[in-house]
Design a protein around this ligand. Structure first.
Ligand code: SF4
Length: 77
């Protein structure tokens, strides 16, 4: 389960976030390329946009489901 107390600092504030466990493996970006991207040194990914439409929310939840290390959470603020 993702940890909202260890969010990557670049995440845009909101419910969805990537935490410090990100490998990064890139799988989530395939699911939600309009929401997630690599940070500057490609050491992890983060949400540059919070989902707002039903399709975007579905894409964000698909990203959660494919993450092999459970680094993506939906319980942020
Ligand atoms: S799927 Fe998980 S481990 Fe892979 S890049 Fe995304 S957040 Fe990081």
């Amino acid at each position: 389960m993702a940890d909202k107390t260890s969010k990557q600092p670049e995440n845009i504030p909101g419910k969805f976030y990537v935490d410090q466990n990100c490998v990064p493996c890139n799988d989530c970006i395939h699911e939600a390329p309009n929401l997630l991207k690599y940070n500057a040194d490609e050491s992890h990914v983060y949400f540059f946009k919070q989902p707002s439409t039903p399709d975007e929310i579905k894409a964000a939840r698909n990203a959660i489901s494919v993450c092999p290390v459970e680094a993506i959470g939906e319980d942020g603020e």
